[in-house]
Write a protein that binds this ligand. Structure first.
Ligand code: PLP
Length: 428
């Protein structure tokens, strides 16, 4: 062959170790999932070799006839899946999608209003360590202390006080659905653009199991790898394109359709060549998500989350907001005398992966935290059902209540490794 290289056993041995880790443990990180073999095949394909700056039919490189078709299929499938009128599938990640939107819509120093990171929001919605908090003036709304739920009257008051150019909703650790209609009314009241970042619940939204953000938000961003179960990546959508009424202009001072501004926000604004192999994998995943099987999957993700929440509650664990509407929940461990850090570090010894997470009004640092976040998207893909969720909570409780007892941790790990053999990553 043209290229003869020795196999990189160092890396491939590590990849096989990672596969073993994924297969033998219980994966509860709410932002993770397991993609299908055909999604991985597309992601590992020769399309990685191709430069294709621009958009289908309008490229800065030759030889794009094939990748043009691939990208157009990804766009068309995403439109069908979400009922979108316009989509850009090129963002390399969720953070990239948001940054492209900010570049397209905002000027440095503009005010943005987002959901507080320490209440479950995302870094890219105004955190001081992210470009969104460094280049813009970030302001926040949060949940109420007593209910753990967002009070939209307070969002409205905050918006009227802060006069944001952009109102952002969406979260990484909020277990309730969003009132997109109300948020759009608030955005309209103060003349803000509304951005809904649906990275976490996208797969449930696609199948109509949660409120529809596209019916209300001007712009919707998402990752493609969480409940949507695609390759890692991002995308931007709108239901309807519009000539922006916000006075946003290009660098040359021209007014353009929002779609054109957003396309430019991605490339050349914040990215170079699109990852056509990843776009192919997105297309495959969107194709899978369009099936009835995926509808069934999304229904089971939600049912499993309900079952898991009930199991935690029945063992005296506190769930922020008291339950879940989606695939995840945030558990306040203070009533059990535990920290998120201890829970994460102990559960991993039994091959249960969760992440520590700040809870609203947390008194601990982000490296310690009082909470843990768990989600059901990944284990539902593996085939686990509602009674299995109960069993997972039994294991979690046993580990946390015996966190100093190495023998118990070792026994639980063995039992879990044995149990997981019945749920192979790839069914042959
Ligand atoms: N937005 C939200 C709400 C998220 O939860 C995440 C990831 O957790 C992102 C954006 C960022 O996505 P990525 O990690 O692909 O950049």
């Amino acid at each position: 062959t043209a290229t003869t290289t020795t196999r990189d056993t160092q890396i491939f041995d590590l990849i096989s170790q990672e596969k073993h880790r994924q297969e033998s443990g219980i994966e509860l990180i709410a932002s993770e999932n397991f993609v299908s073999p055909q999604v991985m095949e597309a992601a590992g394909s020769v399309l990685t070799n191709k430069y294709a700056e621009g958009l289908p039919g309008k490229r800065y490189y030759g030889g794009c006839e094939v990748v043009d078709q691939v990208e157009q299929i990804a766009i068309d499938r995403a439109k069908e899946l979400f009922g979108a009128g316009w989509v850009n599938v090129q963002p390399h990640s969720g953070a990239q999608a948001n940054t492209a939107v900010f570049l397209a819509c905002l000027q440095p120093g503009d005010t943005i209003l987002g959901f507080d990171l320490s209440h479950g929001g995302h870094l890219t919605h105004g955190s001081p360590v992210n470009i969104s908090g460094k280049y813009f003036r970030p302001t926040f709304y949060g949940v109420e202390r007593e209910t753990g739920v967002i009070n939209y009257d307070v969002v409205e008051e905050t918006a009227k006080r802060e006069r944001p150019k952009m109102l952002i909703c969406g979260a990484s650790a909020y277990s309730r659905d969003w009132d997109y209609a109300r948020l759009r009314a608030i955005a309209d009241e103060v003349g803000a653009i509304m951005l809904a970042d649906v990275s976490h619940p996208a797969g449930l939204i696609a199948k109509g199991l949660l409120n529809d953000p596209l019916a209300h938000a001007h712009i919707v961003t998402t990752t493609t790898h969480k409940t949507l179960r695609g390759t890692r990546g991002g995308m931007i959508m709108m239901r309807d394109d519009f000539e922006n009424p916000f006075g946003i202009k290009t660098m040359k001072g021209e007014t353009r359709l929002m779609s054109s501004l957003l396309d430019s926000g991605v490339f050349p604004g914040t990215q170079g060549g699109p990852l056509e192999h990843i776009i192919a994998a997105k297309a495959v995943a969107f194709g899978e998500a369009l099936t009835d099987d995926f509808h069934d999957y999304a229904v089971r993700v939600k049912a499993n989350a309900q079952a898991m929440a009930a199991a935690f509650l029945s063992r005296g664990y506190q769930i922020i907001s008291g339950g879940t509407d989606n695939h995840l929940m945030l558990i306040d461990l203070r009533s059990k005398g535990l920290t998120g850090k201890l829970a994460e570090n102990t559960l991993i010894k039994a091959d249960i992966t969760i992440n520590k997470n700040m809870v609203p009004f947390d008194d601990k640092s982000p490296m310690v935290t009082s909470g843990m976040r768990v989600g059901t998207a990944a284990m539902t893909t593996r085939g686990l059902n509602e009674s299995d969720m109960e069993q997972i909570v039994v294991y979690i409780d046993r580990v946390l209540m015996n966190h100093d007892d190495a023998a118990t941790l070792a026994t639980v790990k063995e039992e879990i490794n044995e149990w997981m053999k019945a749920f192979p990553l790839f069914k042959s």
